[in-house]
Design a protein around this ligand. Sequence first.
Ligand SMILES: Nc1ncnc2c1ncn2[C@@H]1O[C@H](COP(=O)(O)OP(=O)(O)OP(=O)(O)O)[C@@H](O)[C@H]1O
Length: 290
Amino acid sequence: MTAIAVENLSKRFGRKQALSGIDLAIAKGEMVALIGASGSGKSTLMRHIAGLERGDGGSLVRILGDIQQKDGRYGADMRALRGRIGVIFQQFNLVARLPVITNVLVGILGRISAWRGTFGVFSKAEKRAAIEALGRVGIPEVAWQRASTLSGGQQQRAAIARTLMQRSEILLADEPIASLDPASARRVMDVLADINRTEGMTVLVSLHQVEYARVYCDRTVALRDGKVVYDGPSDALSDSFLTELYGAASEELVLPQKLPVRPAAADPATKADAHAGRHVDEKTKTFEPA
Ligand SMILES: Nc1ncnc2c1ncn2[C@@H]1O[C@H](COP(=O)(O)OP(=O)(O)OP(=O)(O)O)[C@@H](O)[C@H]1O
């Protein structure tokens, strides 16, 4: 089953064409990296898939088989679809003054009555589940601390715990490791890979550095100037191929040091849907094997 299907998605902000005719299909259970130099359109694409932004005429986004938006209009099931998608951003993921556990419990707001949500009335079982979710991401001990006291990496892991509480089926992580040190970045990526594997959650993660894509994701989609310029196996993204795709801008996508190799994370059953590599020829708009 296709979790995310984007067809001919374009978006113009004033004179800026942020996205141009994006076609993308991500199968349920895949963990896919989205890479691209600064300004290539990664966040804009993520925001459209999350249903936070509407594309221009001719655009179509389906989430888990249902129309989320078409021709710049949201579908009827928009609210329900939003509940099935968890979103993590580079920053501002948590309410700093609230305890971590309350931030995690925010994940169930879509499932409980408005008054319980407003007054923060959560049952013992819900609190236990929130602590379990924090355990799944390796930080159960911080449950009662204020979110502002957590490190950047812990904050990202708490945000992932919130999406577990939400029981989201798709996780969109927009540059979740951009402001983290390498060790914290790896821990966050480990957690994403783990919930992809064990919960079968579909993960689309945008990354600035291609090394993380190579280590953690079987498949990478590369954007340049709002267009898909590559969609295929991450290990085909050699430094020389990146230079071919991005020219001098490829330097900002490559870490000076290599990351340690990590075993493939995705469930083999879901790999059958993985796409063969395609290098997109922008002039003819045809897809060629990389
Ligand atoms: N709301 C907006 N209004 C006007 N222009 C926008 C808006 N959002 C994005 N853009 C423009 O669209 C282009 C793509 O931006 P986007 O943030 O998606 O890129 P990105 O690949 O996520 O970059 P970065 O890696 O720096 O976060 C940029 O030129 C940006 O300035």
